[in-house]
Structures are given as structure tokens and as C-alpha cells.
Design a binder for this molecule. Structure first.
Ligand code: BTN
Length: 308
């Protein structure tokens, strides 16, 4: 089984070589699925279908699926620092040192593989040169929730929420690129099943509550294409055309919030650059800093709209 197609290129980063060597991973031409096994389950990834969909709009695009990595974001940032700026989708079936926003950890999939993938973790690396980067993280979150389920919401800037609980997170990092383009690494982590709640700051939710039985490859296939197209559109237009759609998913709209810088007030949505608008005692304040965490005040219990 030769891996000649770009979508099946499986470069093994030096740091990951020892960890991945025991887990065969190859590309099956017959059913156009990337296939890997390490324990008791075989995960079939639609790498070729995704590659074929996206390569026309992303020349040089590759898809790479690995059984284990420290972090897909860390890996693409390492490559960028070494001058590798290819457009790439990198999926890790398991992360050993997943990273979240604000320097936090992102819990790894610790469930036995036989139970099925408990999460989907991937990063998309692209060269981009938008006029204004503001709002990109909101656009990414929006693309993810719109691709998956009408009941999913966003907690500013881009946490994926379901029924007042966190279902997924997004970590966006950039590195110096080529000319006026920066290399952006968009990392997405989604719980498919309920993670171990120990040590979690926010109660967790699972995608299977609204999409029973859904598997990681299906979720990947649903999300990646709209995500790439949304990011490309953002690069041309900025955040403004996405603002109304964000408002429909905005879990904080109209709610009383407390910001980590001490400000509090009622949320009034986001402005045309994706900044959070909060009506405080001093007036309307726009919050842009990634260092600000916004905690929603307890909401009245809402009847579940999706029968979860
Ligand atoms: C957050 O909510 O704090 C963001 C979590 C982002 C997790 C994803 S999983 C894939 C990618 N690799 C990482 O190490 N982090 C992101």
C-alpha cells in the first residue's frame, strides 16, 4: 500500500516518531479512506475526500492523520518556525499535551480506544493576509457550529456550547509567514462523548447528545470544508458579513456577565470587529482582549430544544 497521494502523505515529526511507530497507518486506495489502528478499533478517515474537496481552493493542500501527537497546534507551529507554510489539515487521534486558550491545557482523549474516539482534535494551517484579523476566532467558531447542529451556540469569543455547557474549544495561533501573509494555525477540539469532568472549569457537553453515535471522521468531514471557506471569505471581507449569523448563536446576548478584569454588565452582542459589547455602569464597553474571560451569570434553566 503505497502512500503516493498528497492526502496520504504522512510525515512523522521527529518528536513523535517513537510514539507513532507502533501504530500502523496507511492510505487505502480502494475505499478512499485513510485507515489506522493501534488498539482494538479501526478508524477510517475521509482524508482523500477532504483533500479532493479542498485542493482546488488551496493549492498544495495536504491532509495528515496521525495516531498520536503532543498537540496538533504545537506541531504546526513548530513546522512554521522551520519555514513550512503548506496549507494542511493535521488530525491527531490522540493528543498527549493538548493546549487551550490562555495557556490552559486541553484534556486529551483518555478513554480506551475500544470505546471509540471520545473527541476530535485537529488543526488547520494556512497562509493568510486579511486586512484586519479581528473577528477571525468568532468566524471559526461560527463555521464549526453551523456545520454541526442548529442547537449549538457560541460563548464569546469561540467556545462551542450546548445547553450551558462547553462542548468544544478553538485555539488560534499565528506565526511569521511569507511576505505580508502570516501562517495561521486554527486548532479545534470537540468532545464527542462526555469527558472526565474532574478538573474542568466549565461543565462539559458532548456532541453525541445532539448527534447520537456520530464518529470523529464524520464530524471532521462535515466541519473542515465550511471552515476553510469561511476563513477564506473572512480574509476577503473581514468580520462584518458574519456578525448577524454570530448573533444567532451568541449564548451571552442579553445576559449579565462578569469579566476577569472586574467589569460587569449586560451583554449587547459583538461589534463589526467581533469585540464583545458589554453595557456596564460606566456605559457601553467593547472587550477585545484575549486575556479577558467572560463568565455568564447563572441562567434560568432552559427547556432543551434538541431533546438531548
Ligand atoms: C480552549 O477552549 O481553550 C481551546 C481548546 C483548543 C483545543 C484544540 S485540540 C486541537 C488543537 N491542538 C491543541 O493543542 N489545541 C487545539
Amino acid at each position: 500500500m503505497s502512500a503516493t497521494h498528497p492526502s496520504s502523505r504522512r510525515s512523522t515529526p521527529a518528536g513523535a516518531a517513537a510514539r507513532t511507530a507502533a501504530v500502523p497507518c496507511w492510505h487505502l486506495r480502494s475505499d478512499e479512506f485513510h485507515c489506522s489502528w493501534g488498539h482494538a478499533v479501526i478508524v477510517r478517515w475521509p482524508s482523500e475526500a477532504i483533500w479532493e474537496d479542498l485542493v482546488p481552493s488551496l493549492p498544495g493542500f495536504t491532509v495528515e492523520i496521525v495516531p498520536e501527537l503532543d498537540s496538533t497546534n504545537s506541531e504546526l507551529m513548530r513546522r512554521a518556525r522551520n519555514g513550512l507554510f503548506e496549507p494542511i489539515l493535521l488530525v491527531a487521534e490522540r493528543q498527549t499535551a493538548g493546549r487551550g486558550r490562555l495557556g490552559r491545557d486541553w484534556a486529551s482523549d483518555t478513554q480506551p480506544a475500544a470505546a471509540g474516539a471520545a473527541s476530535l482534535t485537529f488543526s488547520l494551517g494556512l497562509l493568510l493576509a486579511p486586512q484586519d484579523w479581528s473577528g477571525l476566532s468568532l468566524v471559526v467558531g461560527l463555521a464549526v457550529v453551523e456545520a454541526l447542529h442548529p442547537g449549538l451556540q457560541l460563548k464569546w469569543p469561540n467556545d462551542v456550547w450546548l445547553d450551558e455547557r462547553k462542548l468544544g474549544g478553538i485555539l488560534i495561533e499565528t506565526a511569521t509567514g511569507v511576505g505580508d501573509m502570516r501562517y495561521v494555525v486554527i486548532g479545534v477540539g470537540l468532545n464527542l462523548t462526555m469527558p472526565d469532568s474532574q478538573g474542568l472549569r466549565t461543565p462539559a457537553a458532548a456532541l453525541r447528545e445532539v448527534l447520537p453515535g456520530v464518529e470523529a471522521p464524520t464530524v471532521l468531514e462535515r466541519v473542515v470544508r465550511p471552515l476553510v471557506h469561511a476563513v477564506q471569505r473572512f480574509s476577503e471581507t473581514g468580520f462584518v458579513p458574519f456578525r448577524a449569523a454570530f448573533a444567532k448563536r451568541d449564548v451571552l446576548q442579553g445576559r449579565d456577565v462578569l469579566c476577569s478584569d472586574g467589569q460587569s454588565g449586560a451583554c449587547r452582542g459583538v461589534d463589526g470587529r467581533g469585540a464583545l459589547l458589554v453595557h456596564t455602569a460606566e456605559g457601553l464597553v467593547s472587550i477585545t482582549s484575549a486575556e479577558v474571560s467572560v463568565r455568564p451569570a447563572p441562567a434560568p434553566p432552559s427547556p432543551s430544544a434538541f431533546g438531548a
